[in-house]
Design a protein around this ligand. Structure first.
Ligand code: 7PM
Length: 343
C-alpha cells in the first residue's frame, strides 16, 4: 500500500496558482496548500520515498486527493479554516482537585474562564491523569471532579468544552452536564461501551493513538515505521467508530505525542504530520510541555518548556493541524498570530 504525504506550502491568502502551477487546498485551511506529495511505500521494514508533482500522480490518487483537500466540518460554530486552541484544564489532585471542596472546584472554574479570556476556543476538562505510570481513578471519583466544573463552564462561557476521559459513564454524564466534545486518549478502546455511547451521544470525538496503556506505555515503545503505523491505527479506529455508528463528520484524530513513543518517534510524527490529512478528518496535536522537549534540550522541568512547546506547535500549524491542546493559552495565541502575520 502507498501513503501520500502532501508537502505543505505557506501561501498568500487565497493564492490558487504560483507561477502558473495549480495549488491544491490542504484540508481547507486558510493560507496553506500543496503542489507536491511524497509517496511512502513499505518494503518489509524499510520505507521507500519518492517525490511527485501533483500533476504527475496516478489517477487512483484522486479519491485520496479529495480527502486531503476537502474542507473540514466546523465543530458546532467553530470553523476549522484557521488553527484553534484547546486549553488544558486538569481537575486532578496534582493540580486543582483535592476531594471536592468548593474552593478547589472554583479555582479550576476560574482557571477555565481565564483561558477563555486569553483566547481558548475549547476547554479540555480532565479528571483522570493519563501520566505515564498513573493509577486508575474510579468512575465516581472522576465524576465528582469534572461534572461541577463542566456545568459551571457551560453556564458561563461560549467556548466549547471537551471531556478528557476513557470511560463511557463519564462521557454520558459530561455531555449531559454541557460538554460538547469527547476526548479519549484510548480512541474508544478502553471501555467496551464507549463506541456505542459515542455514537448515540452524537458529538465530536477525538480518537488519539497510544501504544500500550498509560501505566506501561513508556517502557519500550516500538514500531515498524512510526508515522505509517500510527496512520494505519487511526485509519482502523475511524473505520471501527463509523461501523459503530459514529458519524465521520464527528471524528477528529490525534497522533498522541508522548503516548508510547520515544523521542525520535515523536520527532518522526511531528515532521510527517501532514500525512494524516489523507484520513479526511480534522487533526489535533498535543505537544505542550511534553517530556520530549526536555529530552531534546536541557532536561528542563515541565514549567520551563514553553519555548519548545511553541516551536513544536508551529511545526503542526505549518502542516495544517487544526486544533492544538495547550497549557499556555495566551502565549499560544501570540505565537499563532505572529505566524499568520497578524491576520
Ligand atoms: C503526562 C503525560 C502528563 C501526558 C500529562 C500528559 C493529550 C491528551 C493528554 C494529547 C489528547 C498532557 C498529557 N495529552 N489528549 N491528553 N492529545 N487528545 O500533557 O496529546 O496533558 S495528557
Amino acid at each position: 500500500m502507498d501513503y501520500w504525504r502532501p508537502l505543505p506550502l505557506e501561501l498568500d491568502n487565497k493564492d490558487q496558482f504560483i507561477g502558473g502551477v495549480k495549488i491544491a487546498s490542504l484540508a481547507g485551511v486558510k493560507g496553506l496548500g500543496f503542489c507536491q506529495l511524497e509517496r511512502l511505500m513499505r518494503n518489509g521494514p524499510e520505507v521507500h520515498r519518492h517525490l511527485f508533482s501533483l500533476s504527475d500522480v496516478p489517477d487512483e490518487f484522486s479519491v485520496l486527493g479529495e480527502m486531503i483537500s476537502a474542507d473540514r466540518m466546523p465543530l458546532r460554530d467553530l470553523s476549522l479554516e484557521c488553527p484553534r486552541i484547546m486549553g488544558v484544564l486538569n481537575v486532578t489532585p496534582d493540580s486543582f482537585f483535592d476531594g471536592g471542596q468548593h474552593d478547589q472546584c472554583s479555582d479550576a472554574i476560574d482557571c477555565g474562564l481565564a483561558m477563555v479570556e486569553e483566547g481558548a476556543d475549547i476547554i479540555d476538562v480532565g479528571g483522570e491523569s493519563t501520566r505515564p505510570g498513573a493509577e486508575l481513578v474510579s468512575v465516581d471519583e472522576e465524576l465528582l471532579r469534572v461534572i461541577p466544573v463542566i456545568e459551571a463552564l457551560a453556564a458561563r462561557t461560549n467556548a466549547l468544552i471537551s471531556i478528557d476521559t476513557r470511560k463511557s459513564e463519564v462521557m454520558v454524564a459530561a455531555v449531559q452536564a454541557g460538554a460538547h466534545i469527547i476526548n479519549d486518549v484510548s480512541a474508544l478502546t478502553f471501555d467496551p461501551n464507549s463506541l456505542g455511547v459515542a455514537a448515540s451521544l452524537n458529538v465530536p470525538v477525538i480518537l488519539m493513538h497510544a501504544q500500550g496503556t498509560p501505566e506501561v506505555m513508556q517502557d519500550n515503545p516500538s514500531y515498524n515505521h512510526v508515522l505509517l503505523d500510527v496512520y494505519d491505527y487511526l485509519s482502523l479506529r475511524i473505520q471501527r467508530a463509523v461501523e459503530a455508528g459514529v458519524r465521520a463528520e464527528n471524528i477528529i484524530i490525534d497522533p498522541g505525542i508522548g503516548f508510547g513513543k520515544s523521542v525520535s518517534h515523536n520527532c518522526e510524527l511531528l515532521k510527517g504530520l501532514s500525512l494524516f490529512h489523507g484520513l479526511g478528518v480534522p487533526l489535533l496535536l498535543g505537544c505542550s510541555r511534553k517530556s520530549f522537549i526536555a529530552a531534546l534540550s536541557k532536561n528542563e522541568p515541565a514549567d520551563q518548556r514553553l519555548a519548545g512547546s511553541l516551536a513544536a506547535l508551529l511545526l503542526g500549524a505549518r502542516q495544517g493541524v487544526q486544533i492544538f491542546r495547550v497549557h499556555d493559552v495566551a502565549e499560544t495565541v501570540q505565537a499563532l498570530k505572529i505566524w499568520r502575520c497578524g491576520y
